[in-house]
Structures are given as structure tokens and as C-alpha cells.
Design a protein around this ligand. Structure first.
Ligand code: SF4
Length: 78
């Protein structure tokens, strides 16, 4: 089973562009705001969808996700 299949079966939603897939699980999110502090353009809770991957380089997004304390955000590069 791929990482994508596993995460989608376990409550994660997927957001993707040509370079990166970002997964987010609302049940795990502790609203610690590390992601928003990292880049409030990419991660904006007042917008739907709240994650917009076109607003920063994939590597920057991956580095921000590394700081998510809950495991609610995960990613993989394509
Ligand atoms: S950093 Fe992780 S736990 Fe915090 S708000 Fe973002 S997704 Fe949720």
C-alpha cells in the first residue's frame, strides 16, 4: 500500500501540485498554528481549501510541515 493510500484510509485529505503532496488530518490537528506561523499564505484557515500549495516553493512547504507537532500534516515530494 502506498503512503498516499494508507493516509487517505486513515483520515487524511490530500492536496497536491506537480511537486508535492500534502496530507492533513483534521482529527489530529491541535491548532498549534505552527503551519500558519510558517506561511500564512499557504495555510489560511479562513479560506477553502485552507491549503494552497501554489503560494510557496515545495521545499519551503515541506520544511514547515516538519514542524507540525501533532502529525496532522504530512507530505511527500513527487
Ligand atoms: S501545525 Fe499541525 S497541528 Fe498545528 S495547526 Fe498546523 S496542522 Fe494543525
Amino acid at each position: 500500500m502506498s503512503k498516499r493510500e494508507y493516509l487517505l484510509e486513515n483520515g487524511y485529505k490530500a492536496y497536491e501540485n506537480d511537486e508535492i503532496i500534502v496530507y492533513w488530518n483534521p482529527e489530529l490537528c491541535q491548532h498549534a498554528t505552527e503551519c500558519i506561523r510558517g506561511n500564512s499564505q499557504v495555510f489560511d484557515v479562513n479560506r477553502r481549501p485552507w491549503i494552497n500549495l501554489s503560494l510557496a516553493p515545495a521545499e519551503e512547504i515541506g520544511n514547515i510541515i516538519e514542524k507540525c507537532p501533532s502529525g496532522a500534516l504530512k507530505y511527500e515530494y513527487k
